[in-house]
Design a binder for this molecule. Structure first.
Ligand code: HOZ
Length: 436
């Protein structure tokens, strides 16, 4: 069945939303600014599908931007959330489930001897940076172009999707004094990384990186780049912060750090940042690392960090139920196989349609580019033809396939996507690619 993306219902809603919410949305990429048209207003989600206000069903590859690894409204997760809600919504006091979630996360990612729970990826990254600065007594932060670590002031420099999509290299409202201690380098640039440490090594508090750049679509850090990042941090006494908000529990049960540890024996970050899957769809994120570093946090240490909703009982119930489900035998193998089937299929269909397309995936995370070769950094991603991407996006949406409305965003497959769903997606993609 063919759909149109701008139904009367959705158009009426976005017009109404624009009157009372800036741009009509509560997070910029949802406004479809980069692709044009009207965003579907979602009324319901179940399994691999979302439904809009006009009652149209879409196969969903946004997956609420990552948390929905089990698919939407998984029964075991819903049961856990409803049971928790009956006992109260928020206590602002310690609960046993916080311990369970910290223990479980640390068991799956042993680099995290201790874990602190917060409410969003932005908060987790911001707190991890403060911790690294407090623990090292240094000021400089090293980050990479196209990597997004939330919207804390000091991190809004060349930060990929959202900013990239809207052509803002940084944000208004952030004084230069606030970002003067943030050094930004090209992703995968080993020589530039070495030069930065040679020049500033003694002042660098931390290097923060996405192991797979998921806010410039899907760009892998090379093994050599990751190895050098680890070695240089160790050599110069800087902390390596691995932002696994997108990759954590999604690309593998042990996160991207377990994937890179296969190629770099003994590889571990100093601090890991988690979000999305760890909260299963509720506002929950975390950061964790070695005990000696984590114990710099208040109330034990001098680095202050706090939150009324941190470790919220509903969010921890949701996260725990999700983490338990993804530990079922063969979960990630099957998820990876489905994602691979999608990515290989897209490449085949593009080749048949004569459209240059490259694509990559790891576990349940994927990306595709209207470029003949996979890009290695933000500059190469930005060579994509944004208009052609928008046409492909709308070709898919009109055929009931909901993908990220920006060429700088990654895609997400869930355990609820069946082979038949993937095949139907590929059939829609074949038509949309031929129509380009
Ligand atoms: N930060 C997300 C993009 N990488 C957007 C989240 C949203 O709009 O929900």
């Amino acid at each position: 069945m063919t759909h149109t993306s701008s139904s009367d219902c959705n158009s009426a809603l976005i017009e109404r939303a624009r009157r009372c919410i800036p741009g009509g949305v509560n997070s910029p990429v949802r406004a479809f600014g980069a692709v044009g048209g009207t965003p579907p207003f979602i009324t319901r989600a179940e399994g691999a599908f979302v439904w809009d206000a006009a009652g149209r069903r879409y196969t969903d590859y946004v997956g609420t931007w990552g948390p929905a690894i089990l698919g939407h409204a998984h029964p075991a997760v819903l049961d856990a959330v409803c049971a928790a809600a009956k006992n109260g919504l928020s206590f602002g006091a310690p609960t046993e489930r916080e311990i369970e979630l910290a223990e479980e996360s640390g068991r799956l990612m042993p680099s995290m001897e201790q874990v602190r729970l917060v409410s969003s990826g932005t908060e987790a990254c911001m707190s991890a940076i403060r911790l690294a600065r407090g623990a090292t007594g240094r000021k400089l932060i090293l980050k990479f172009e196209g990597c997004y670590h939330g919207h804390a002031d000091a991190l809004l420099v060349k930060a990929g999707s959202g900013l990239a999509t809207f052509g803002q290299p940084t944000s208004a409202g952030v004084p230069p004094e606030v970002t003067q201690h943030t050094l930004t380098l090209p992703y995968n640039g080993v020589a530039q990384l070495e030069a930065a440490f040679a020049q500033h090594g003694a002042d660098i508090a931390c290097l923060i990186m996405e192991p797979i750049g998921g806010n410039m679509n899907f760009v892998r850090a090379s093994v050599e780049f990751t190895r050098r990042a680890r070695e240089l941090c160790t050599q110069h006494g800087a902390l390596l912060i691995y932002d696994e908000v997108m990759t954590g529990f999604r690309v593998a049960l042990g996160g991207a750090q377990s994937v890179y540890a296969r190629a770099i024996p003994g590889f571990v970050p100093d601090i890991t940042v988690l979000g999305k899957v760890v909260g299963g769809g509720m506002p929950l994120a975390a950061f964790g690392g070695r005990r000696a570093v984590m114990e710099q946090l208040a109330p034990l240490g001098p680095v202050y960090q706090a939150g009324t909703l941190s470790g919220n009982p509903i969010a921890t119930a949701c996260g725990l139920a999700t983490l338990r489900e993804i530990q079922r035998e063969g979960f990630h193998e099957q998820l990876a196989a489905r994602t691979r089937r999608l990515v290989d299929g897209l490449k085949n269909e593009a080749a048949r349609a004569g459209v240059p397309l490259s694509a990559d995936c790891e576990g349940g995370l994927f990306g595709y580019f209207l470029l003949p070769e996979l890009p290695r950094n933000y500059t190469e991603v930005a060579r994509s033809d944004a208009q052609q991407f928008a046409r492909l996006f709308h070709g898919l949406l009109a055929r009931g396939i909901y993908t990220a409305p920006s060429l700088y965003e990654a895609g997400f497959v869930s355990a609820a996507h069946t082979d038949a769903d993937i095949d139907a997606t590929l059939e829609a993609a074949a038509q949309a690619l031929r129509a380009l």
